[in-house]
Ligand binder design. Structure first.
Ligand code: NDP
Length: 502
């Protein structure tokens, strides 16, 4: 008998006799349906594609570890953060957001920065971006926002009118727009980006004391970016450059790493802070809340198989472990629903049984059974209901997060607390950016916004002006807009501005 490891088989494991000629009725005849190998080969091939992610479709990933370098046990009881030197296996996936699976890695876009920690208390997912803020702060706007980043339903083309119409009608986007149109919107590669939770989370300790946190992964390779011209050139010459760069660095023994920090806000500060602490369009300035080191992530293993390890990876900001809980951030609450929902559509209801998504360091005992593609023994034969007297798994009340007081009138509430949509975008422009950064920012905006209709250009430029007069003036000059008209629009309320630019 031939070596079973080497013999080509059907999916049943039965050996295949020939992989070059289909069975036919004679040398000249048609193929026979009894050729199970041919039927199976074609049928499986026909089904190779699963739906691509609606957002974050193009990505690259790698495995590695996270190591605790500083004691944070007074803030969180999370077991994986319980001891200096403790290591936890991780899998990280980086991605662009709006482009399809075949789109160029160098496109102007935020970059997804997702990390799955396989902890002994279950999997914890950090599902961040390379930008610390976001375009919107209410999940009801998310599908609309993404539609503007995708293709026009008539032309099937990317459409600057759609992009800038929506952004100019959404003033809270100005901070993220300023980050995105700086050269940070075209990173040199995945090794050269920071990762930010953006959202605020709760950390709570063994005593049940809690704090609000924002999490930062700072690249040890230094932030490096491409100019618009370099990014455009790369899109033609090597549209997979970031995927290649990550894979090659790890394969050649040069594993990238990130230093992980948190910002900590005491709960009593939240209601009086000068910015809404749960508004994802705002950062917490470092002078108010300095970065506190926690640990280091190293990515030192490439995927064995891209589809199994990267395409099937499914993250959710709701995948948390004891010691980490959500905040009332509305976008976070929306994402906690939307991520698992899209995974159930994309991968199936049992997506958590796939190897990359399964807990590796914790036992999994759920009452979930059945559903399509239930493998791993369908979670066994024990009681699949609770309460029971037959030895089924029991909840552990000791892991419950501390209760927080939430009250109010049910309704659709706008953000009103500590609202100024423009101040942080202005700070970024004036205080953080260098002259070169500002030159590139203006050039990148003018290049893109020039594709939109004039009234939209005017409305959006008024928002840049509100962030910073020099910023708005330079964009207006680049677009050859009348500065007096931009100033007049900037002095109006958003409602009046919209009416004046219909
Ligand atoms: P700091 O001077 O303490 O920090 C500025 C931060 O800006 C640094 O983290 C730096 O990241 C980052 N940065 C530098 N260039 C850019 C760019 N082109 N786009 C986006 N971020 C950039 O200032 P503050 O904390 O007072 O914040 C001032 C502004 O900086 C904010 O309004 C916000 O726009 C931006 N920012 C703030 C962050 C925060 O968490 N406080 C995080 C990121 C940005 P690095 O050191 O890694 O280069």
């Amino acid at each position: 008998m031939s070596d079973p490891k080497k013999t080509l088989t059907l999916s049943t494991g039965a050996p295949v006799d020939n992989d070059l000629q289909s069975q036919t009725a004679g040398a000249m005849g048609p193929v026979l349906m009894q050729d199970t190998h041919l039927m199976e080969k074609l049928a499986h091939f026909d089904r190779e594609r699963i739906p691509e992610r609606v957002v974050h479709a193009k990505g690259a990933g790698a495995s590695g570890y996270f190591e605790v370098t500083h004691d944070v046990t007074k803030f969180t009881r999370a077991a994986f953060l319980s001891q200096i030197g403790k290591k936890t296996e991780v899998f990280a996936r980086f991605s662009t957001v709006g482009g399809e699976k075949g789109s160029a890695d160098s496109e102007r876009d935020p970059r997804g920065f997702a990390v799955k920690f396989y902890t002994e208390e279950g999997n914890y997912d950090f599902v961040g971006n390379n930008t610390p803020v976001f375009f919107i702060r209410d999940p009801l706007k998310f599908p609309d926002f993404i539609h503007t980043q995708k293709r026009n339903p008539v032309t099937n083309l990317k459409d600057p009118d759609m992009v800038w119409d929506f952004l100019s009608l959404t003033p809270e986007s100005i901070h993220q727009v300023t980050v995105l149109f700086s050269d940070r919107g075209t990173p040199k590669g995945y090794r050269h980006i920071n990762g930010y939770s953006g959202h605020t989370f709760m950390w709570y300790n063994q005593q049940g004391d809690y704090v609000w946190v924002k999490i930062h992964f700072k690249t040890d390779q230094k932030v490096q970016t491409l100019t618009r011209q370099e990014a455009t050139k790369l899109a033609g010459e090597d549209s997979d450059h970031a995927t290649r760069d990550l894979f090659d660095a790890i394969a050649s023994g040069n594993p990238p790493s990130w230093t992980v920090f948190v910002q900590i806000m005491q709960p009593e500060d939240a209601p009086k802070y000068r910015f809404h602490p749960f508004d994802i369009t705002k950062v917490w300035p470092h002078t108010d809340y300095p970065l506190i080191p926690v640990g280091r992530m190293v990515l030192d293993r490439n995927p064995q198989n891209y589809f199994a390890d990267v395409e099937q990876a499914a993250f959710s900001p709701g995948h948390l472990v004891p010691g980490i809980a959500p905040s009332p951030d509305k976008m976070l609450q929306g994402r906690i629903f939307s991520y698992p929902d899209t995974h159930r559509h994309r991968l199936g209801t049992n997506y958590m049984l796939l190897p990359v998504n399964s807990a590796k360091a914790a036992p999994v005992n759920t009452g979930q059974r059945d559903g399509s593609m239930s493998f791993k023994g369908n979670s066994g034969g024990g009681p699949n209901y609770y309460p029971n007297t037959l030895g089924g798994p029991e909840p552990d009340p000791s892991v419950a997060p501390p209760q927080i007081k939430l009250e109010g009138w049910a309704g659709r509430h706008p953000y009103t607390f500590a609202q100024d949509d423009f101040v942080q975008a202005g700070e970024l422009y004036r205080k953080v950016m260098t002259d070169t950064d500002r030159d590139h920012l203006i050039g990148n905006i003018v290049n893109h916004l020039s594709g939109a209709k004039r009234p939209i250009q005017l409305r959006q430029t008024a928002l840049f002006f509100l962030a910073d007069e020099d910023y708005g003036t330079r964009v207006a000059q680049g677009l050859k807009l009348d500065i007096a008209e931009v100033k007049k629009l900037a002095n109006m309320s958003q409602e009046e501005r919209v009416k004046a630019t219909m």
